[in-house]
Write a protein that binds this ligand. Structure first.
Ligand code: KE4
Length: 427
């Protein structure tokens, strides 16, 4: 039966590459046409055919309060009534910057941009300018947006130079990016032994969530802090997902590590386009117009995005918020483990608080190689089965489940019931 989503998707594919404005939304990995969403509220999405879903994508992380939170909507409405963009400094930007500086342990100064990509791209440029060094280290399976230097896949083995992860990225840009296995101290040591004086920074998702969720091994993050300090390189935490997600101070507070620079995004915009990068004053003050390293943006610090972000961050300062998110996450992720066990299926669930993912493999899943070893066809069967039952997951095994404050016990129990049925049907 032709659906409104199907009709829209046909139209969209004629006008927009793949019919979507961001590739993962096309649901190619699971071989389905995507539902087109008409509205959202709390933990629910409603598609253009009136189908209602419990949403665990949460716009890929931003909607930690739940969709259409009344206070956020009111804040955006109030801001919009005064105009949508001035291209001039506003009090709202000062308020957001002040909150970020107060909440994120390592940030003394912060610059707003319009996406996580811009945040990571700018942080890398700043690190290269500050150290006057060309090379960066990233980790396989970690995603930092689509800037040329960061869309680089690993060469084989360790301490090898990156190869372009996409057409259009010149070799002589990719060769300055060294891509290593996550959680592999030896590989990082070998890279510094070989390229040390040329390495400007290590950029890492402290809890990677773009190969599915993978946890840092005990001591790995302190090791990165130590080895970068030893070699006068900078440590950049990409907390676009983990920032304000795994705690008010992000992963850096959870693990007690002070990176030199931090990338933020998603939650700080409350669903509107925002990114940010920040860190030590000595480093950040090198950015124009105070310093001579350039980055700019017409809509950076946009008043509507700042209004949504400020309202969201204010609510995340309430003391019980993260205990509540922890409890909701625990109920969901422990429940998924139990359901897989009951169905006799080999499943690994990695989770921190309200962020987690499920791999169809015995595990453990500790890096990109073990994440990709998980059974893709089982993921597809599970995804389809959950969608049919009204549970909306990320259409890729290399993404995460996000729980919001709006996911209450009935919805989590219903999700677990659907998972039990789906997993039993796959056993
Ligand atoms: P954006 O440019 O998409 O705002 O942020 C890029 C980015 C940077 N760093 C991390 C750790 C990220 O996860 C992201 C973007 N995340 C993906 C989902 N895993 C966005 C979804 C999409 O690409 O449509």
């Amino acid at each position: 039966m032709e659906t409104q989503s199907g009709t829209l998707f046909q139209q969209a594919k004629d006008l927009i590459p793949g019919g979507v404005n961001s590739p993962v939304r096309a649901c190619k990995a699971v071989g389905l046409d995507p539902p087109f969403i008409e509205r959202a509220e709390g933990c629910f999405l409603v598609d253009v055919d009136g189908r209602r879903y419990i949403d665990y994508v949460c716009s890929w992380g931003p909607m930690i309060l739940g969709h259409a939170h009344p206070a956020v909507i009111r804040a955006v409405e109030r801001a919009a009534e005064k105009g949508t963009s001035y291209g001039a400094p506003t009090e709202l930007e000062v308020a957001v910057a002040d909150l970020i500086v107060r909440m994120v342990p390592s940030i003394e100064m912060v610059r707003m941009v319009n996406s996580g990509t811009e945040a990571a791209m700018s942080a890398v440029r700043l690190a290269r300018g500050f150290t006057d060094r060309p090379k960066i280290i990233k980790f396989e399976g970690c995603y930092h947006g689509h800037a040329d230097s960061l869309l680089v896949s690993a060469g084989s083995g360790v301490a090898t130079l990156g190869i372009p992860g996409s057409p259009g990225i010149p070799e002589d840009i990719a060769r300055h990016t060294i891509s290593l296995p996550f959680n592999d101290k030896e590989a990082v040591t070998a890279a510094f032994d070989r390229w040390g004086p040329q390495i400007a920074a290590v950029i890492v998702e402290p809890i990677p969530a773009n190969m599915g969720v993978v946890l840092p091994r005990e001591g790995f993050l302190p090791f990165l802090r130590e080895i970068t300090r030893t070699h006068d390189a900078l440590l950049i935490f990409d907390e676009v997902i983990t920032g304000f997600r795994v705690g008010a101070g992000g992963a850096q507070e959870l693990y007690g590590i002070l990176p030199d620079l931090t990338c933020l995004g998603k939650i700080i915009g409350g669903g509107l386009p925002v990114g940010a990068y920040g860190g030590r004053r000595e480093i950040m003050s090198r950015m124009a117009p105070e310093g001579n390293i350039y980055q700019a943006g017409t809509l950076s610090g946009n008043p509507l995005a700042m209004a949504a972000g400020l309202e969201t961050l204010k609510r995340l300062q309430e003391p019980s918020v993260y205990d509540l998110l922890e409890k909701k996450g625990q109920m969901l992720f422990d429940g998924l483990r139990d359901a897989a066990k009951a169905a006799g299926l080999p499943v690994t669930v990695n989770a921190v608080g309200s962020l987690g993912s499920l791999f169809f493999t015995e595990g453990p899943v500790t890096d990109f190689a073990s994440a990709t070893a998980a059974a893709g066809e089982r993921f597809t069967a599970f995804y389809r089965s959950m969608l049919e039952r009204g549970v909306y997951l990320a259409p890729s095994p290399f993404e995460a489940w996000f729980v919001s404050l709006a996911h209450d016990e009935p919805e989590i129990r219903r999700t677990l019931g659907c998972a039990q049925e789906a997993l039993r049907s796959m056993a």
